[in-house]
Each structure stands twice: as structure tokens, then as C-alpha cells.
Write a protein that binds this ligand. Structure first.
Ligand SMILES: O=P(O)(O)OC[C@@H](O)[C@@H](O)c1c[nH]c2ccccc12
Length: 374
């Protein structure tokens, strides 16, 4: 699960490769040169002094574009905050590293220290995605998609499993580690684990999407902050993708859900509290809502969260809209599964309790209290 565990920074990365949001643009730096010193060779005005680089006009246009992008980036944080989203998409005043002339020094600014693990992941993801986008621009991904095989029906597989077994359809998660639990399995062979899940009766798999090996539809478990990641997941063989309401403002969710539809992907939109649920219920075209029992900011797990969010009017609205709800995280026993099913879920997303078993397929039987592969 790269998205969950790759929190390390990328040494040796030039700032030039992720200029748009992480670093204020050059003309800003000129205006506020004391506050926002930049690494010299990384920015257009300085590059232009070297022979064989872009023209002053191009440089000006590039600068103007970056100013706009930076402003939009900052504006996004404000929009998100107005929707109750605590996670800031980017450090408010640029990254903590600052450079002045030939001297480099580190400026640790309070505002630029992530407040919790989710924010740290999102800030890291922003850098990672900017770099990947440079290597594989959207136009390249689109060409691959034209030749990609069709997606498998993720929602259909969950519904079929539910009506076949009378139990929630299982999305079985392949993960080696998580930030809250550390390493879950030393002898980690993702392919073998996924095969065992498939044999054990899982309807779908949740995995960092890589090669296509299985018949079960795949959920790409990622921290999506940019539509580019959705295209990338599609060419890597995903059939569904996770969108986290604690990270994404409504407008992003609307836009990303549309992109998913266009690409034939299911979108699993994840919520953790009432406010997020209400936001998501106000968005048209959502088929799958995940209720995460784990708070991604504190790691606290409470399975009664699923019940709480499905009570009363919210539950009725979900029924009317024919939305499938997935109970996520912290499910270990048949009692847990029964409890969330009683609360109204038709599917569950389970990682730790089954991935840890020596035979993950048998782990599924233990989780449901009976063999669901038949
Ligand atoms: O291992 P568990 O407790 O069974 O949880 C699985 C899954 O719900 C969890 O990995 C998860 C759900 N949504 C997420 C978002 C980010 C990271 C992790 C998650």
C-alpha cells in the first residue's frame, strides 16, 4: 500500500519539478524576497540569464501562470475550511525548506508543520503527484486508456455477493502495513494474499493497483488529491477508486465522480462524520459511500460510527437514492459484521483482521463465521 506507507520524502528532487503549489512563484518571491527566498537555479527569471533557455516573454507567461496556480492553491485551502475540512491541501506558506543565495538554511514555520498524519500524507502526496505528472502527462495517460480493456463492475460484484450470501459483500484489503498498526505481515506476497482472498469468497479487492492478476474488481486505495491520479489508476487496472471527503471539497468530489463515470470506474466516497455524510449526500450521482470507523486524523476506531451515521433521515435518504454503504475498518469478528449489517451496510472493507492470518482465505471464513466462497 504505497499510499499508506510511503511517507518518506524524496531526496534530491529539484524544486523546479513541483513548482506550482509547493513553492510560491517567482514574481511573488521577487515582491516578498525576504519572506520567500528561493533556490536560485530553480526559477525562470534566474534560468533565463543562462544561455539556451526560454525567451523573456515565455518566462513572463510561465510566471503569470504560476502566480495564478499558487493563488488558486491557497484559495482551495479556504474553500475546504468553509466546508469543515480541517486538512489543508498544501502548507500555507510554502514548504519548510527555504534557500537564500548561495546559503541554504532551514526555516521551520509553525504553520508549515502538518497537524496530523492525514495532513502529512496529503502534503507528501501533492509533491509526489506533481512529480509523476511531469513524467507522465495527462495526454499520455489518455492515449493508454483508449487501448485499455474495459473495467469490471465493482458495484455489481458487491451486490451479487450480497444477494448470494445474505451477508455484506466483502472488499478484502491487501496491505503490508498501515501508519496506525505498523507492519501487519512480514512474509508479504500481495499476489498470493489476493489469490487466497479470491478463493475465500471476497467480492472485490482493495489494493495499491499494479498489474492485473485477478477476476475480482480492484479498488485503488489511494489518497486522491488530483484527477490525474484517477486516470493513472485506470491504466494500472483499477475498477474503483477511493475519494476521501475529509480531504476533498465538494467541488472536487463532484468533478472527480464525473471523471470516474467517464472512465468506467466506481467511486467509493469515504466519510467519517455527520457533516461529511451530509455533504456527500448532497452530491448527485454517488453510488457507493464508505463509512470509515477509523478517524484518519487520530486513528481512533469505533464501529458504532457506522450505526450513528445511518440512523434516521440519513439512512432513509440513502435507501431512497439506492446507495450502497460500505462499513470500513476495525471489523474483526462475525459479531462486528452482524452489527454493521444490522446498521444498514451491504458491503464491508476489511484489511487487518484477514491480512494477518496465515491463510487469509480462511481468515475470511473466520470473519463471517462461515465459508462464503461457495
Ligand atoms: O485494516 P482495517 O481496520 O480492516 O481497515 C481497512 C480499511 O478500512 C482501511 O485501511 C481504510 C479505509 N479508508 C482508508 C483511508 C485511508 C487509509 C486507510 C483506510
Amino acid at each position: 500500500m504505497e499510499g499508506l506507507i510511503s511517507l518518506k520524502s524524496s531526496p534530491g528532487t529539484s524544486l523546479r519539478s513541483f513548482p506550482s503549489f509547493n513553492q510560491p512563484p517567482n514574481s511573488f518571491a521577487r515582491r516578498f524576497s525576504m519572506d520567500l527566498p528561493l533556490r536560485r537555479s530553480s526559477f525562470p527569471a534566474i534560468r533565463a540569464q543562462q544561455p539556451g533557455t526560454i525567451s523573456p516573454k515565455e518566462e513572463e507567461e510561465e510566471d503569470a501562470l504560476k502566480v495564478k496556480e499558487w493563488e488558486v492553491g491557497m484559495f482551495q485551502n479556504e474553500v475546504a475550511a468553509s466546508q469543515g475540512i480541517r486538512i489543508r491541501r498544501r502548507p500555507p506558506t510554502g514548504p519548510p525548506l527555504h534557500y537564500v543565495g548561495p546559503f541554504e538554511f532551514r526555516l521551520q514555520n509553525d504553520g508549515n508543520t502538518p497537524r496530523d498524519i492525514l495532513e502529512e500524507i496529503v502534503w507528501h502526496k501533492d509533491t509526489e503527484v506533481s512529480q509523476m505528472k511531469e513524467r507522465k502527462p495527462l495526454a499520455t495517460l489518455k492515449k493508454f486508456i483508449e487501448n485499455a480493456p474495459p473495467t469490471r463492475d465493482f458495484v455489481g460484484a458487491l451486490k451479487a455477493a450480497h444477494s448470494r450470501t445474505g451477508l455484506p459483500g466483502l472488499i478484502a484489503e491487501v496491505k503490508k502495513a498501515s501508519p496506525s498498526r505498523g507492519i501487519l505481515r512480514e512474509d508479504f506476497d500481495p499476489v498470493e494474499i489476493a489469490r487466497a482472498y479470491e478463493k475465500g469468497g471476497a467480492a472485490c479487492l482493495s489494493v495499491l493497483t499494479d498489474e492485473k492478476f485477478f477476476k475480482c474488481p480492484l479498488l485503488c486505495k489511494e489518497f486522491v488529491i488530483d484527477a490525474w491520479q484517477i486516470y493513472y489508476a485506470r491504466i494500472k487496472g483499477a475498477d474503483a477508486i477511493l475519494l476521501i471527503a475529509a480531504v476533498l471539497p465538494d467541488l472536487d468530489i463532484r468533478y472527480m465522480v464525473k471523471i470516474c463515470k467517464m472512465l468506467g470506474l466506481a467511486a467509493l466516497v469515504e466519510v467519517h462524520d455527520e457533516r461529511e455524510m451530509d455533504r456527500v449526500l448532497g452530491i448527485e450521482g454517488i453510488e457507493l459511500i464508505g463509512i470509515n470507523n477509523r478517524n484518519l486524523e487520530t486513528f481512533e476506531v469505533d464501529i458504532s460510527n457506522t450505526k450513528k451515521l445511518l440512523e434516521g433521515e440519513r439512512g432513509q435518504l440513502i435507501c431512497q437514492k439506492d446507495i450502497i454503504v460500505v462499513g470500513e475498518s476495525g471489523l474483526f469478528t462475525p459479531d462486528h459484521v452482524g452489527y454493521v449489517q444490522e446498521a444498514g451496510v451491504k458491503a464491508v472493507l476489511v484489511g487487518e483482521s484477514i491480512v494477518k492470518q496465515s491463510d487469509p482465505g480462511k481468515g475470511i471464513t473466520g470473519l463471517f463465521g462461515r465459508d462464503i466462497s461457495l
